[in-house]
Design a protein around this ligand. Structure first.
Ligand SMILES: NC(=O)c1ccc[n+]([C@@H]2O[C@H](COP(=O)([O-])OP(=O)(O)OC[C@H]3O[C@@H](n4cnc5c(N)ncnc54)[C@H](OP(=O)(O)O)[C@@H]3O)[C@@H](O)[C@H]2O)c1
Length: 233
């Protein structure tokens, strides 16, 4: 039997998730746009009738309130919105108080999550060789609101956590319709190592979010997508 899905945010990601939901075993039972969800007024127990899990892909200013409301209504959520992570501590508290679950990630592509680990491993080696300096760069379509992307910030976090403490410059470009390329480089007088992930479309993000939505049934707590990768297959 199909599980009930709510889609919060009917932009590029929300529309693609709606299209892919049936083949992933979900029935879309509620959809919310900015116009019908002013001050979170659209998300109510009435409008979420028959919904098991909500996918939140909106904007940094909207996501924290949407997530708090979903938790207070007892609905597990998957959040792909980027640029709101400074609110994570208060969202953790709200999720824990409600006994619900949240899976979040700046990037729901399985490939990018493997890329995080590849970059972390490389950084832990280069940390020991001061002749190597590092950079991070990304490009996305011109309507993306945050820059640098949440994914590039996450890559920088991984590099720091791996022990690479030297200067790391991050730059971003916005142009056209590009779904997202991220590059991390290490450069010395002798050579350059470039690690690059290129998304071909948004489909990988949408499918990863829907896989997380299946996984989150019956869970409690806050999880980053990369933590649950091994349990998705
Ligand atoms: N984690 C991932 O894998 C991943 C992948 C791609 C994108 N993203 C992120 O996901 C978010 C959405 O991306 P997108 O490409 O779908 O952007 P988008 O095309 O701009 O769509 C966002 C939609 O959310 C709506 N919205 C804003 N506030 C809302 C609210 N309070 N309630 C309901 N809907 C609301 C917007 O409506 P209006 O147009 O009326 O403002 C818009 O239609 C961004 O933060 C992006 O960086 C994450």
């Amino acid at each position: 039997m199909s599980r009930g899905l709510a889609i919060i945010g009917c932009g590029k990601m929300g529309r693609l998730i709606e299209q892919l939901a049936p083949e992933c075993g979900f029935d879309v039972r509620a959809k919310f746009t900015r116009a019908d969800n002013l001050h979170v007024a659209g998300i109510t127990s009435e409008s979420l009738r028959g919904v098991d899990v909500a996918l939140e892909f909106t904007s940094p200013d909207a996501a924290p309130d949407n997530l708090r409301r979903l938790a207070s209504l007892g609905i597990n959520a998957i959040c792909g919105t980027t640029g709101w992570f400074e609110h994570l501590p208060s969202i953790r508290e709200a999720t824990s108080a409600a006994g619900t679950a949240l899976v979040y990630s700046p990037n729901f592509s399985i490939g990018v999550n493997v890329f995080f680990q590849t970059v972390a491993r490389a950084a832990s080696f280069f940390a020991k060789y001061p002749e190597y300096e590092a950079w991070g760069w990304e490009i996305h379509h011109s309507t993306k609101k945050d820059a640098p992307s949440g994914t590039l910030k996450k890559l920088a976090e991984e590099i720091r956590a791996s022990g690479y403490g030297r200067t790391l410059t991050l730059t971003a470009n916005r142009a056209g319709a590009h779904p997202g390329t991220h590059e991390i480089g290490f450069d010395s007088a002798g050579d350059t190592i470039t690690l690059r992930h290129t998304a071909r479309s948004r489909e990988g993000f949408a499918r990863g979010a829907l896989q997380a939505a299946r996984w989150v049934a019956g869970k409690r707590g806050v999880f980053e997508f990369r933590e649950i990768l091994g349990e998705l297959a």
